[in-house]
Ligand binder design. Sequence first.
Ligand SMILES: [Zn+2]
Length: 353
Amino acid sequence: MATIPTEPIGSIPRPAYLQQAMQAYTKAEISSDDLARLFSQATRETIISLEGTGSPVISDGEQSKPSFATYPIHGLLNLGSEGVVIPFEDGHTRQLPVLTSGPFRYRNFAVGYLREARKHTALPVKQAVISASAMSLLYPVAGIDGYPQSQFIADLLDQAEADIRKCLNERAYNVQIDFTEARLALKLDPSQGLLQQFISLNNQVLDRFTAEERSRIGIHTCPGGDHDSTHSADVPYQDLLPLFFQLNAGNFYLEYAGEKDKISVLESIRHNIRPGQRVFLGVTDVLNPRIETPEEIRDLLLQAAEYIPLNQLGSTDDCGFSPFADDISTAREIAFEKIRARVEGTKLAEAKL
Ligand SMILES: [Zn+2]
């Protein structure tokens, strides 16, 4: 029987009491101690439910992350509000902050989430971190007096490396770099220049790790998922994957269940994947509330196994179920049921291969 590793991406919708507490905290109606206690409670409940799905690898569900992208800078004082705007298909936007002065330092490292999660479980815990390329968007186009972009990039590379290394050192099962702006970069700049710049930056971080360490580092890409809408699903995967697999990482977590032309995606993966790289295909569509059956997931993986060598294949969810803390578009229970189906469907595929 084959072994197909299966892992979550990261986020699980926060429970209603936590959503309410986070809002109450912004209005100074509850203390930071109160909020911290509820973060811990939600993390513990999420981990118990994740264990209940049978998932062999779990995450903290990102219950206390303000968002997958902004956790390192949450609370920094040298930020303004008018940064890069990310438009989604349904018309809503997310706006990043902008750096107003140097030096650039992360205020929070992801290892804090890992430490909290590991208090509540004996299972392997994976930890997601934000890409250096996403953080590079914080530097203003007009520049900063006395803090040139070259110095910002040098500082950023150090911070992004430290964010990963701290997790590896504290026994993260593995670390996943969220690189959701990869496909978006092709939409913003079809000449591929921006994507190449992003990949080069992320490779400068990856190149600071040994081959063995890189086998525990992965990259996630998707067309963006927020309030059940995407930002770059119309960019063909075939344009992204040749460059994407140039990243010097061991694991690649690809949105896949939501793709219409799956055969083209599989052919592109087969063509571009390099030895020593493993692709985790998304087998649950996080933007659709319908729960996949284990048999559907089995069949997706059996088809994928015709294109991808078994020792390079794994399964995952298309994306986090709630990358931004205030996104309640997917019910918590649906997320757990989808994960349960992924775990069972992956086992069914293993039994057939
Ligand atoms: Zn994603």
